[in-house]
Design a protein around this ligand. Structure first.
Ligand code: NBG
Length: 853
């Protein structure tokens, strides 16, 4: 950190440009006021001065200064929503992968440059302060990041909304690499405190668990059911303001922490049982302790169901509090709130809302059901059968006995409906039942979500079609009108303005800055696609971004990479269906070609991987090990002469993703067709001018439609062809036997060449391809290799490549999360924007009543 001795003086705050004007020190935006706020916080919040302050102290001081600006908007927003009783979206998600807040808030407040300058004037570096922020990794991958992009767009579009989820004490693990293997380290993201959240213990709620139900007749002669739990926990909400871009709207992300109702059991304590006295506290707090690190798979663990029920129950109770606070009757619950279920993780909400309305608020079954169905909508995020959540009936009943009864009752009524629509079709009844009775009995959460929602959507056009034809075929036949498509989107604020400032500036210099909130405007760049000077600037920016990533790689991996080579990047969670292994087969193939003919002409490439594997997913972890093993050999081999480099960047997260996208030339989107629901990394890469090599899977299909087939490197089987091949008996061995290069690549891996002669290490990987190849790598291999050949050729013609790169970015308008959210608002939520003004922006009387939204 460069420091100038005189800069951190307390007396240099008067703004020379506005003599006599004293801005409100807590909310003012002029550089001098911001500086004063920063130093105030350093002294009075962090309790530090320059000689003792750590970089983290500086970060915290700035974060608190920015938070004050957010709070002003947040309070105004709450006051206006409360006064207007605005219809509100509640986004229920077990994951929110927000990424660091500070930089994003500076962008959305539109003060990034001012703050950068002010901080520099004090001898500090904003980039270094931003680096200090430990990102809240409260999600695994695409699903959690989508929820975060959607919150950004909801606020930017001024839609009243709340995100509801879990405040995991430990988020997704930090990934270390030791001897090429992934090692998981606990993510202690709260270690230094979290300046962005505010605890709201006054809005705590109680959640029951376990026990049994009593059926009885009440004083009015009504048949009633009482849930007698054997455990109770308290949910404490922690609120984070979510600011829109260049708007005064600041919505709320409300995350729940579990606590024991009494932290001490005094009876146990008094009898000398000290450990017993805190036992309940420990058990309760486990509920929000840690994020399950599985992406696209479900393990059926009781704690997971407890987590889901816990946050859903807290959130629905909170919403009833808000409703009652606004003096609205419960009958209007679905008018006040539109609830989106982000996958099946919160699907238990269907039964919980029924329970709250019927048991706690004495509503009739039919009224409660009508409200429930009109409240919920369900987004499906996966086609993988192993990811469809189901809970053993016994486990479910032991935790949620009352909900199981409600689900049975729902099921009886639902199956009657099915019988009427499809008489004499018993197999359909068992396929559609909320309870799977084919073996051990299970509660099927996707079915509960479908029955309890008025809208069901997939996340890309192809995905929605496959849901209708396959995974949810019976439900589509039953309720065709419920099905909709909502193609995913990403926020250009974080994934362009914040992460790629140079490109942002270039684009803005040509077409103005309205594209930031209206991404379709990027289309105007097409006019520049062949302009030599513009192309030159475009290339220079990519080059500079690549140099920055190269410096990062050198620092973290000790590998020197060539910024003139193609940066060919695959960054996402590790899963066999995403086919990182196919990328490796290409690398090994190129390497084999060089070994056979050291003078062969090959367009130089740097292969970069990033991503985490679920800790219990053996094959995914072995693929990481193989990447690192191949890297070790190739990076050292003098025959390669720097033409190929392989890099595994550890601990892929939002922060790292923001470095990676701007530096990519080639985006690898190579999943087996029919497996990736949408993908969103594909959109972020293209927005930053990377070209895609990909299959016709998920949103790739629509990306290709938008950018034009001639600007997209397509390979591989279609989803239909994959189905047909599977049906007709796929034999991967045929490909192995008939393709010499493929055989050589696999044999090299099997031979121990990359494992110091150990022929056992990678055997499971080789065998899985030769004997099963569930994800059709061998079937797509040749097509992939040929397509990569085209990529290499295209890159040699830099004018052509740049033209394609510009067009890719220019045609990304459709993939803004603003477009997705507008579609949800119009077609599912039926909710309108509410404009927030900051007139009378001091804390006024009205804000004292703004306890609800
Ligand atoms: C993921 C899909 C991705 C998709 C995101 C967001 C789950 C269960 N699904 O393809 O695999 O882009 O959801 O919709 O994490």
């Amino acid at each position: 950190m460069t420091e100038q001795d005189t800069t951190l003086q307390y007396n240099s705050f008067e703004d020379p440009r506005c003599e006599g004007y004293l801005e409100d020190g807590r909310t003012g935006m002029s550089p001098s006021t911001l500086k004063r706020a920063f130093l105030n916080n350093l002294f009075y919040v962090q309790g530090k001065f320059k000689a003792l302050a750590t970089p983290n102290d500086y970060y915290m001081a700035l974060a608190y200064a920015i938070r004050d600006r957010l709070l002003q908007r947040w309070i105004n927003t709450a006051a206006i929503y409360t006064a207007q009783g605005s219809r509100t979206v509640a986004y229920f998600s077990a994951e929110f992968l927000m990424g660091p807040h500070l930089g994003n808030n500076l962008i959305n407040l539109d003060i990034y440059k001012d703050v950068e300058k002010g901080i520099a004037e004090m001898g500090l570096n904003l980039g270094e302060l931003l680096e200090q922020e430990e990102e809240p990794g409260l999600g695994n991958g695409g699903l959690g990041r989508l929820a975060a992009c959607y919150l950004d767009s909801l606020a930017t579009l001024e839609i009243p909304s709340l995100g509801y989820g879990i405040r995991y004490e430990f988020g997704i693990f930090d990934q270390e690499i030791e001897d090429g293997w992934q090692v998981e380290i606990t993510d202690k993201w709260l270690r230094f405190g979290n300046p962005w959240e505010i605890a709201r213990p006054e809005w705590a709620v109680e959640v029951k668990l376990g026990g049994h139900t009593d059926h009885y007749v009440d004083d009015h002669g009504r048949y009633r059911i009482r849930w007698v739990p054997d455990q109770q926990v308290t949910g404490i909400p922690y609120d984070t303001p979510i600011l829109g871009c260049q708007t005064n709207t600041a919505n709320t992300l409300r995350l729940w922490t579990a606590e024991a109702p009494e932290s001490f059991n005094f009876n146990a304590f008094n009898s000398g049982d000290y450990l017993g006295a805190v036992y309940e506290k420990v058990v309760s707090e486990n509920i929000s302790k840690v994020l399950y690190p599985n992406d696209d798979s479900s393990q059926g663990k009781k704690l997971r169901l407890t987590q889901q029920y816990f946050f859903v129950s807290c959130s629905l109770q909170d919403m009833i509090r808000i409703l009652v606070g606004q003096e609205l009757p419960l009958e209007k619950f679905h008018e006040k709130f539109a609830v989106q279920l982000n996958d099946t993780h919160p699907a238990i909400a269907v039964a919980e809302l029924m329970r709250l309305l019927i048991d706690m608020h004495h509503m009739s079954w039919d009224s409660a059901w009508s409200i429930t169905q009109r409240t919920f909508a369900y987004t499906n995020h996966t086609l993988l059968p192993e990811a469809l959540e189901r809970w053993p009936v016994e486990l479910f009943g032991s935790l949620l006995p009352r909900h199981l009864e409600i689900i049975y009752e729902l099921n009886d009524r639902f199956l009657d409906e099915v019988r009427i629509k499809f008489p004499e079709d018993d197999s359909r009844l068992s396929r559609m039942s909320l309870i799977d009775e084919s073996g051990e009995r299970y509660v099927r959460m996707a079915h509960l979500a479908c029955v309890g929602s008025h809208a069901i959507n997939g996340v890309a056009a192809l995905h929605t079609e496959l849901l209708k034809q396959d995974v949810l075929y019976d439900f589509y036949q039953m309720y065709p009108g419920k099905f909709q498509n909502k193609t995913n989107g990403v926020t250009p604020r974080r994934f362009m303005v914040l992460s790629n400032p140079a490109l942002t500036e270039l684009v803005t210099s040509k077409i103005g800055d309205t594209w930031i909130k209206n991404l379709g405007e990027l289309q105007k760049l097409e006019a520049w696609a062949d302009n030599p000077e513009f192309q030159q600037q475009w290339r220079q920016i990519k080059q500079a971004n690549k140099q920055e990533l190269a410096a990062y790689i050198q620092k973290h991996n000790g590998i020197i990479v060539d910024p003139n080579s193609i940066f060919d990047i695959l960054a996402k969670r590790f899963h066999e269906y995403k086919r990182q292994y196919l990328d490796l087969l290409h690398i090994v193939t190129l390497y084999n070609r060089i070994k056979a003919n050291p003078d062969i002409e090959i367009t130089p490439r740097t292969f970069i991987f990033g991503g985490k594997a679920a800790p219990g997913y053996f094959m995914a972890k072995l693929i990481i090990k193989l990447i690192n093993s191949v890297a070790d050999v190739i990076n050292r081999d003098p025959d390669v002469r720097g033409r190929l480099k392989v890099v595994f960047l550890k601990n892929y997260n939002v922060k790292l993703a923001q470095r990676i996208y701007p530096a990519a030339d080639l985006s690898e989107q190579i999943s087996t067709a029919g497996k990736e629901a949408s993908g969103t990394g594909n959109m972020k890469f293209a927005l930053n001018g990377a070209l895609t090599i990909g299959t016709l899977d998920g949103a790739n299909v629509e990306i290709r439609e938008e950018v034009g087939a001639e600007n997209f490197f397509l390979f591989g089987l279609t989803a239909e062809q994959v189905y047909a091949k599977r049906a007709s008996g796929y034999n991967p061995m045929e490909y192995y036997n008939s393709n010499a290069e493929l055989r050589l690549a696999l044999d090299r891996i099997a031979s121990g060449f990359f494992s110091h002669g150990d022929t056992e290490l990678f055997k499971p990987l080789v065998d899985s391809l030769l004997h099963h190849d569930q994800y059709f790598l061998l079937a797509d291999y040749q097509s992939y290799i040929d397509c990569q050949e085209q990529v290499g050729l295209a890159y040699r013609d830099q004018d052509r490549w740049t033209h394609m790169s510009i067009l890719n970015a220019a045609r990304m308008g459709k993939f803004s999360s603003d477009r997705s959210i507008q579609d949800y608002c119009r077609e599912i939520w039926k909710v309108e924007p509410v404009t927030i003004t900051l007139e009378n922006s001091e804390v006024t009387d009205s804000s004292f009543t703004a306890t609800v939204i």
